[in-house]
Design a protein around this ligand. Structure first.
Ligand code: UDX
Ligand code: UDX
Ligand code: ADP
Length: 474
């Protein structure tokens, strides 16, 4: 029986291992983490992450061939294949601060693997890491190996949050990078055999280590670039009276471009896009390619611009001030069907409005109050000008921010509603009721183009939709 151990029970490690366990009943999968509360949650009925379909998969396998444990060392020692799926945040200090990936967690995981291992292992890089990390990890492992053979593979994960289980069941591709030596090829085959339980062979791509690592960064950069491209168009549409949905539809019909991932929005968020692009920028700079670095930086600059453009639109429309006005924020997660708020555009938009002294009333179906408070109080790291911005004081927070568990409570007596996440439930709210309970004129700023603006205008709202012809008022 093959034994798999995954270090890191997060958004990537947890769902990925649960699906491997489900699809490979003969493989024992143990997910380990140093965080006791995380592992306790994985072993409870209240999983630490919200992901449609995940509960079902975990319930089917947990206790049979899927286990969650804090006993990191024992399970790593016993495993044949060790996945490493620890966090790799952007460095906030020292060399490369603001751009380079912080590999502290990775390095400590690698040293621990070398330390505890008593048998040969395949070590699989699962978290997104800079190109050539595998080489660094290989050095740590082989220089501390005590005669044990370690094979390093890069197997980047392409799942998107909110659709993780679907994506894992039917991946567009599985990518495995490894050394071009006989040992490397054998390791690639062993990992291929795991995925071959449910992924068609044609969809399992094998490459060298660097190509696999770079492909992940490139894929995220291309995806983010599409959103910045359509968002840049949205500004031009507003200025000229075109409709960005019509433009995106027409553009997407070109089979060379394709229709997906062209929704204009208040900006992209999530733990990957910005981090991976910054990483790419840093790698380019380190390799003497400032023009290439500058090219990719623009993707993030447009994203920042889109968020501040939204805030400016809100404030400008409301007679140039939101001071002491209640503004309802619908949606705080970085996208629908997740409770994840990492890099969510809502943080920047809320901070922008708070900077103008608005009173915010926030509702998100999956994000807890303490998370929102933490996010808004967090020291923000400005990637472009590496200095720490002042966090919001607890008193200001108390005076200016409330979190509700209902969209109607959030919007009651509000001057404006801002939709920042495309939750399905925001499409079917009773907007007449919301309008009746708001201050007039009642503004609605749709940062995700989810509402039917014409219907809302009939009710009496002044509506702003990203990239759509502007209401005469705005
Ligand atoms: C992304 C990649 O899609 C995935 O392949 C990779 O493994 C991790 O990073 P994720 O960040 O989970 O996944 O979600 P994704 O669906 O890509 O959305 C990212 C952000 O872009 C969200 O804030 C989303 O709202 C925004 N977005 C997406 C748009 O604004 N418009 C779109 O058309 C699509
Ligand atoms: C382009 C558009 O494709 C077409 O829809 C529009 O009507 C006119 O402009 P065209 O310029 O004739 O058509 O050829 P296209 O195949 O798009 O190639 C344009 C240039 O891009 C060529 O120099 C081509 O060699 C180059 N190219 C194209 C690449 O370098 N790499 C590619 O992957 C594709
Ligand atoms: P991702 O979105 O990439 O999955 P997360 O932050 O959700 O990232 O998860 C990473 C997990 O890795 C966290 O739960 C963290 O506690 C865990 N982790 C980090 N370093 C180690 C380590 N050395 N040993 C075990 N777990 C670790």
């Amino acid at each position: 029986m093959v034994k798999i151990c995954c270090i890191g029970a997060g958004y990537v490690g947890g769902p990925t291992m649960a699906v491997i366990a489900l699809k490979c009943p003969k493989i024992e999968v143990v997910v380990v983490d140093i965080s006791v509360p995380r592992i306790t949650a994985w072993n409870s009925d209240q999983l630490p992450i919200y992901e449609p379909g995940l509960d079902d998969v975990v319930k089917q396998c947990r206790g049979k061939n899927l286990f969650f444990s804090t006993d990191v060392e024992t399970h790593v020692r016993e495993a044949d294949i060790v996945f490493v799926s620890v966090n790799t945040p952007t460095k906030t200090r020292g060399l490369g601060a603001g751009k380079a990936a912080d590999l502290t967690y990775w390095e400590s995981a690698a040293r621990m693997i070398a330390d505890v291992s008593k048998s040969d292992k395949i070590v699989v890089e699962k978290s997104t890491v800079p190109v050539k990390t595998a080489e660094a990890i290989e050095k740590i492992l082989t220089h501390n190996s005590k005669g044990i053979n370690f094979q390093i593979l890069s197997n980047p994960e392409f799942l998107a949050e909110g659709t993780a289980i679907e994506d894992l069941f039917k991946p567009d591709r599985v990518l495995i990078g490894g050394r071009e030596t006989p040992g490397g090829q054998k390791a690639i085959q062993a990992l291929k055999d795991v995925y071959a339980h449910w992924v068609p062979e044609a969809n399992i791509i094998t490459t060298n280590l660097w190509s696999a690592e770079l492909s992940k960064l490139a894929a995220n950069a291309f995806l983010a670039q599409r959103i910045s491209s359509v968002n840049a168009m949205s500004a031009l549409c507003e200025a000229t009276g075109a409709n960005v949905s019509q433009v995106a539809y027409a553009v997407g019909k070109d089979s060379r471009i394709g229709p997906r991932f062209l929704n204009a929005s208040v900006g992209f968020g999530g733990s990957c896009f910005q981090k991976d692009i910054l990483n790419l920028v840093y790698i380019c700079e380190c390799n003497g390619l400032p023009e290439v670095a500058e090219y990719w930086k623009q993707v993030i600059k447009i994203n920042d611009y889109q968020k501040s453009r939204f805030v400016n639109r809100v404030v400008a429309s409301m007679f140039n001030t939101v001071s002491n006005k209640k503004v309802a924020i619908l949606g705080f997660a970085f996208k629908k069907d997740t409770g994840d708020t990492r890099e969510t555009p809502a943080i920047d938009v809320c901070k922008g409005l708070l900077g103008d002294k608005a009173k915010l009333s926030i509702y998100d179906p999956q994000v807890q109050e303490d998370q929102i408070q933490r996010d808004l109080a967090m020291k923000q790291f400005d990637w472009d000008h590496p200095l720490h911005l002042q966090p919001m004081s607890p008193t200001t927070m108390k005076q200016q921010v409330t979190v509700t568990w209902d969209a109607y409570a959030a919007t009651k007596d509000a001057h404006a509603v801002c939709i920042l996440t495309e939750w399905d439930e925001f499409k079917t709210l009773d907007y007449q009721k919301i309008y009746d309970n708001m201050q007039k004129p009642a503004f609605l700023f749709d940062g995700r183009n989810v509402v039917d603006a014409d219907k809302l205008r009939e009710i009496g709202f002044i509506v702003y939709s990203i990239g759509k012809p502007l209401d005469a008022w705005l």
